[in-house]
Design a protein around this ligand. Structure first.
Ligand SMILES: Cc1ncc(COP(=O)(O)O)c(C=O)c1O
Length: 426
């Protein structure tokens, strides 16, 4: 006999209590307030089930870790097979798996020159490596990043984050960092000096609220960095691997960075791995000290097997094209809602399946999140701006699932529009 629903509810309640007691009561409280009572059970494609059986379409996906879909069977098989003979491997040695994934990354990144990789475990670590490399190669110290940027919570990455409340409790952070408004080339020109080692930006800001730069921004930034012998670091941790309808976000603007960071979906939703991919000429920095940047678990043999399987899956199943097609379907539905509910929805910012619903005020984000969850949709407001809802579903999402999401958003807006305290002037 299986476990009864009452028993499952008890298991869940105990886990919430233990999480609260031993990990973080505030996280539990915040999620409860947002109406998220999920304890992830079964996962498949674009869906996740609470352990008690309630099904959700997952448009949260850890901000883009699940591009290949949840619990992807092909990737799991490749990991299982690898486990017959491999373990994580010893990071000091070379291995076929590491070499193959690095070669593959060189092949799929834009331009001819992004050919070398430093492996890591997570995104922050990849950003740290990028900034260290830029400083080491240029022998300069200045780093320019942008307001609302999110690059992770490790040392160099945290220093580049564009949200003061994340940084300030830990100051003094790394010296030499300055933050300027995003999508403003003049602001970067004003800060750029002979001492600037790198400018780091996300091609589209994710955590900051799906902020898409104007068409000239990245090409002009590329030019500016070239003129000043400054490295351009593009953080593609959310935008990479098909999310925006192209393999990498920067391809929309035909810009090739000097250094690119990739993480999240490189792990196929199964096994953590990240990569800092850089132009071959920067390798000069490592000639005198090849072991100056190390990571015991970074680019483990198993992680590389999974990374290769994830890229292979994205290519074989044309997920870039599907992201574009399903993105277009979302766009059509959302544009109707902007017209229908102007007091709630100001605009929709979108490239492929990287979508931001800009509400008219900050109170709407949490209220909509709750209504979505009640109706079986996971989509949470952005970390730095609760007036924006981020939607980043798996790239395997089907047309029927897109329509389900659109119906949930419409129903939730219909209900919210009847409640008090809503609208631009309330
Ligand atoms: C754009 C971007 N860069 C860096 C990171 C940090 O990645 P991690 O949490 O794996 O350290 C994130 C995580 O959300 C991100 O979205």
């Amino acid at each position: 006999m299986g476990i009864s629903n009452t028993e499952l509810e008890q298991i869940k309640e105990q886990a919430f209590k233990d999480f609260s007691d031993f990990i973080s009561p505030m996280k539990v409280r915040t999620l409860n307030q947002a109406g998220i009572h999920l304890m992830e059970g079964k996962r498949e494609g674009a869906s996740v089930w609470d352990i008690t059986g309630k099904k959700y379409i997952d448009c949260q996906t850890g901000s883009g870790i699940m591009n290949v879909g949840r619990h992807n069977k092909e990737i799991i098989e490749s990991l299982k097979k690898a486990l017959d003979t491999l373990d994580i491997g010893v990071f000091l040695f070379f291995s076929q798996q590491k070499a193959e994934l690095a070669k593959k990354l060189a092949e799929i990144t834009p331009g001819e020159d992004l050919n070398c990789t430093i492996f890591g475990v997570g995104g922050g670590e990849a950003v740290d490596a990028a900034i260290k490399l830029a400083r080491g190669y240029t022998m300069k110290t200045g780093i320019i990043s942008t307001e609302k940027a999110y690059h992770g919570h490790t040392g160099f990455a945290l220093s580049a984050i564009g949200r003061a409340s994340y940084r300030e409790p830990f100051e003094p952070l790394m010296p030499g960092f300055s933050v300027v408004p995003f999508n403003n080339i003049q602001a970067i020109k004003d800060k750029m000096t002979e001492e600037t080692a790198a400018v780091i930006v996300e091609t589209i800001q994710g955590e900051g609220g799906i902020n898409i730069p104007g068409d000239d921004y990245l090409p002009e930034l590329r030019k500016l960095c070239d003129e000043n012998e400054t490295c351009l670091i593009l953080d593609e941790i959310q935008t990479g691997l098909g999310r925006t309808g192209k393999m990498f976000g920067c391809e929309h603007w035909n810009v090739v960075p000097d250094i690119m960071t990739v993480a999240k979906s490189l792990g196929g939703g199964i096994y953590p791995i990240s990569a800092t991919i850089y132009k071959k000429e920067l390798q000069d920095f490592f000639i005198p000290h090849p072991f100056i940047h190390l990571s015991t678990f970074g680019g483990s043999d198993l992680g590389c097997v999974v990374g290769l399987a994830a890229i292979d899956y994205i290519q074989k199943h044309n997920l870039c094209e599907n992201a574009q097609r399903m993105g277009d379907r979302f766009q059509e539905g959302f544009s109707g809602l902007v017209n229908q509910y102007p007091d709630l929805l100001l605009e929709v910012r979108q490239k492929g399946l990287m979508i931001g619903l800009q509400y008219t005020n900050e109170s709407i984000g949490p209220r909509m999140t709750k209504k979505f969850a009640e109706r079986g949709l996971l989509a949470i407001y952005a970390g730095t701006d609760s007036s924006v809802c981020r939607m980043m579903p798996p790239l395997v999402i089907t047309a029927e699932e897109v329509d389900f999401v659109l119906n949930v958003v419409e129903d939730s807006m219909k209900e919210l529009s009847k409640e008090k305290g809503i609208g631009k002037n309330d």
